[in-house]
Structure formats: structure tokens, C-alpha cells
Design a protein around this ligand. Sequence first.
Ligand SMILES: C[S@@+](CC[C@H](N)C(=O)[O-])C[C@H]1O[C@@H](n2cnc3c(N)ncnc32)[C@H](O)[C@@H]1O
Length: 255
Amino acid sequence: MTVFADYAPWYDLLYRDKDYAAETAFVEARLRDHGATSGKLLDLGCGTGLHAIEFARRGWDVAGVDLSHEMIASAKARAEQAGLSIPFRQGDAREARPERGFDAVVSLFHVASYQTSRDALAAMFRTAHAALKPGGVIFFDYWYGGAVLAQGVETRVKVIEQKPLRLTRIAQSDHDEQAATVTVNYTLFCEDTDRATIRRVEEAHHLRYWFPFEIDAALEASGFRPAVHAAWLTQDAPHTKSWAAYAVARKSGTP
Ligand SMILES: C[S@@+](CC[C@H](N)C(=O)[O-])C[C@H]1O[C@@H](n2cnc3c(N)ncnc32)[C@H](O)[C@@H]1O
């Protein structure tokens, strides 16, 4: 089953409490710290377009790419509704395509951890490199290995009610410590309480946790100069309490 295919229509409901506007403001501030203040921004793994739209509202000239047709369809519909013209296309972030001349590339909410091998991660960085102007900046977040190992993985249940819909998600994870990967097996129960219907959806998401030194090696091999790693939404060094970390790097030379 294609990851995010059956999941996509429920994605925004699941993450309705995620503050995309605040996250975008934070990411924009870090881009600014590293010299990317305005211009063209590419969102790799843009999902349903929530960050991309926030960046466009802040004046960036945005484009987005995502592997999932369903996520892209949802991003296009949302941008149209907001009266924004954002070229969203379905595509693989590991394959460089037409995007060129960007001032910044972002890849948010664990897209880098959906790249489960060093080669795949480096291929995504090469796409960003090809898209960026010289000196351009990449910002992305990832599952931080130190936190995953310290906290461990466990079964999690999330219930969200938005009448008449009730969504119950069970996330059961298998951890492969040798490969530094986690397979999250999602079971979603999508209920319409008015119609008394219930649908069951299953998806397995395979993710890789990373350590900053591995990311830096892949960045350097792809023509970037790593600048910083920090715990998500802070400027503190990555630590065991924060599952997500982010990195910022500048395009330096040829990969
Ligand atoms: C957790 S979602 C995050 C989506 C969006 N960035 C957000 O913040 O809501 C991860 C996204 O990465 C996309 N993705 C994973 N690997 C990809 C790849 N190689 N190329 C393009 N998109 C990818 C998935 O399709 C999915 O939409």
C-alpha cells in the first residue's frame, strides 16, 4: 500500500492542533539567521501544503513537491481556496527535476526520516543542491537518534473527534536498532457517527532516525556546508527529550 494514500484525507484532521503558522515563523527566522531572507522557497515533501501556504502568505515565492498524489491534490485545492498560486507537483525529492534558482529549501515534519538510507538522504540533498542558488540555505528536521534510543518506541493511541467524524489512530512500532529504523504500523478507524459507518485503514510508515554526524557527512558529500543542529523549535543542542531535531546548511560547492 502506498504510504500516505489512504492516510492523506485524514492527515489534516490528525494534525489539526499542529501550529503550522508558528512553525513557519520559526523556520523563517532560522533561514534569516543564515542569510536567506526572501525570494524563492522550495518545500520538499510538502504534504498537504500547510507550511508552503504559510510561507506564501509571508511573501515567499513558493513551490512544493511531494511523493503522494493525494497529498498534492489536497495541497492544490487548499492553495486555490486561499487564492494563492503555488506550483505543487507530485514527484520524488530524491530525483532532481526542473526546480532551479531557489533561495531556500525546506523539508519539514520528518521528511528526512522517511529517507531510510544514507544514499536516499544524500539524493534528497542533491535535489536541494540543484534547486538552490549558490549560497542558498536548506532547513529540514529529522528524528533525532539520541531521543529515539533514550525514549524508546511504544504503542500510541490518538482519538480525535470533529463531529460527526471520529478518528481513532493506533500506532504500533517495530524498532530495528541495527538499521536505525522504526516501522510505524498505523491502524485508523474512521467513523461517521451520524451515518453509523466505520472504515478501517492500515498503513506502514518506515522511518530512519539520524545522528547529526551522519547527516553532516551526507550534507558535505552533497555540496553543503552544515551550519547548525538543534532541538525542534529551540536553539538548544539536540537532546534526549526532543524526538525531533533540525539542521540548517548552506550550499557550498559541487556535490
Ligand atoms: C509527515 S509528512 C509531512 C508533510 C508536510 N511537510 C507537513 O509538514 O505537513 C511526510 C511527507 O513526506 C513525503 N515524502 C516522503 N518521502 C518523499 C520523497 N522521497 N519525495 C517527496 N516526498 C516525500 C510524504 O509523501 C509525506 O507527505
